[in-house]
Design a protein around this ligand. Structure first.
Ligand SMILES: [Zn+2]
Ligand SMILES: [Zn+2]
Length: 215
């Protein structure tokens, strides 16, 4: 699993090299799932441990620098990364043969971000020249073989009611007339979470998306 330091590096890269704590928190949150309770303090401590300007500097890697003095709360990446190094940081080694869904998703979101920040003209030029038939790629991905009994038990436990917002499922599945709820792992399987009833919730699609993408 990625270290906090490398996730903070990724976050600062995504944010253009410098950012406030608040922006770093939001970006790390989008990169890293299942944050522990004290995650903001962990981020602060990691940055300070790895900044030679800080009193907390541990003396090894010197990755971050305070942009407007130590107390401004704005931090920058000391190192300027080449395009290749950024790719490596974001997507792992080029030679890595296994990719997770999250890697593909993250790469796509990164590209959307680049496009949003580009000019309307450049984006328009690209859209005008774009291939309208999407390219198919073949890739090796790691997926988890989930236990169907866990999903069944959690859906039965929820009995059609979202276990987060307590509202009824928004619609009934056409194929079998069951309420549409999705089973979500509280501690994700990719972070060594258990595939157990206790680690799972039945959620409406809104709550499910919010847990994955919300603030
Ligand atoms: Zn809900
Ligand atoms: Zn989920």
């Amino acid at each position: 699993m990625a270290t906090w330091a490398s996730d903070i590096e990724k976050a600062l890269n995504n944010l253009g090299g410098t950012a406030s704590y608040e922006d770093i928190y939001a970006e790390v949150k989008s990169i890293r799932s299942n944050l522990p309770k004290s995650w903001k303090q962990i981020i602060q401590r990691t940055i300070q441990d790895k900044s030679s300007e800080s009193d907390g500097y541990k003396g090894n890697e010197d990755l971050f620098y305070p942009v407007n003095g130590l107390y401004s709360g704005v931090w920058g990446l000391r190192k300027q990364y080449s395009e290749e190094e950024i790719k490596k940081l974001l997507f792992g080694s080029e030679k890595d043969e296994t990719t997770t869904f999250e890697d593909i998703q993250r790469k796509f979101e990164h590209e959307v971000n680049i496009s949003i920040n580009d000019t309307k003209e450049k984006r328009g030029d690209r859209l005008n020249n774009a291939n309208l038939i999407p390219k198919k790629i073949q890739t090796t991905i790691t997926i988890y073989s989930r236990n169907p009994d866990v999903v069944a038990e959690v859906l039965l436990r929820a009995n059609g009611i979202c276990e987060k917002c307590n509202n009824p499922a928004p619609f009934i599945r056409a194929k079998d007339n069951t309420p549409f709820l999705e089973v979500h792992h509280i501690m994700q399987l990719s972070n060594d979470g258990e595939d157990s009833v206790n680690n799972a919730l039945a959620l409406c699609p809104n709550c499910h998306r919010e847990l994955h993408y919300g603030i």
